[in-house]
Design a protein around this ligand. Sequence first.
Ligand SMILES: NC(=O)c1ccc[n+]([C@@H]2O[C@H](COP(=O)([O-])OP(=O)(O)OC[C@H]3O[C@@H](n4cnc5c(N)ncnc54)[C@H](O)[C@@H]3O)[C@@H](O)[C@H]2O)c1
Length: 323
Amino acid sequence: MSNTKPIRRIAIIGTGVIGASWASLFLAKGLQVVATDPAPNAEASLRKFVETAWPALKRLGLSAGASQSNLKFTTDLAEALTGVDLVQENGPERIDFKQKLYGQLDELLPAEVIIASSSSGLTMSEIQKGAAAHPERCVIGHPFNPPHLIPLTEIVGGAKTSEATIQRAAEFYTSIGQKTVRVNKEMPGHVANRLQAALGREVYYLVAEGIVSAADVDTALSWGPGLRWGIMGNMMLNHLGGGSGGIEHFFQQFAGPMTAWWKTLGSPVLSPEVQKKLIDSVHAEVGSRSVQELEHARDEILLGLIELRKRSETVAQREVAAE
Ligand SMILES: NC(=O)c1ccc[n+]([C@@H]2O[C@H](COP(=O)([O-])OP(=O)(O)OC[C@H]3O[C@@H](n4cnc5c(N)ncnc54)[C@H](O)[C@@H]3O)[C@@H](O)[C@H]2O)c1
């Protein structure tokens, strides 16, 4: 595939939790969006979602031409696909559903149009079996919820995905401000969710064993390593952890103790009794605060952090340009 046509018009298939958020982001980046979803009230819910998300997107910076009026909705799949440059598929997470849908998309779309799936748990090798004619244009473009705020997209191809598709998808997501991660080999859960799963397992273990309360484990995480992880990842932080000796010194010092701790990490069974213990501990942490209140507090700080990181990136880019 040697298509270099700019990606300007996107079809959103499925406008649930993820599709609505992608649609909001694409609109904020000045793109044309045509959405489709057979659910009753899908159009009204989507427009409401975009309207609610817009102030945050405005705060993060709208691109030239960005407008909610660039959103079209149709329940007709063929109409939704007419003239699009890329499809972002966000349908239900079922392999039978996705394979059938990819068969329809493959028949209706010109060969050069990329079909990107948001799937968290299915592999593209399985999904693209439905697209008999052009499986090479199918790729996973996995966001982190909600994609209109969290600028991370994991990209991974299936057995039949072409390198050109992977590169073009990466260029597209990067062009709209996403940080892209190229996953070289299909793995259940890709990468970011596996990292969460690894940590979550130990969190549940520590609370279930009564070693720490939900409130204290959340404090330990969000005011300790989590604060640093909002800026740099594990590998870079290890390099700093080694002081002026860097990552080499870090391993000299910590490879022994760290691998000894690994042997004591837990593998909790989430039985009904263990779940009740975890749930009770979370409610003690939450107190009388509503989910909406907590979401608002989270999103305010998140927006501030994203703005800060964007500003520091711009300064760093200016410094590099001035050198
Ligand atoms: N929810 C998350 O946190 C999350 C994060 C990243 C990726 N994902 C992935 O995104 C995808 C969607 O997940 P979700 O959480 O938005 O699910 P969801 O249930 O909220 O949305 C799925 C939507 O697909 C619609 N749909 C059903 N049949 C359809 C059809 N034939 N054509 C078009 N739309 C149809 C449904 O009406 C529904 O609105 C999944 O593949 C999931 O793995 C989800």
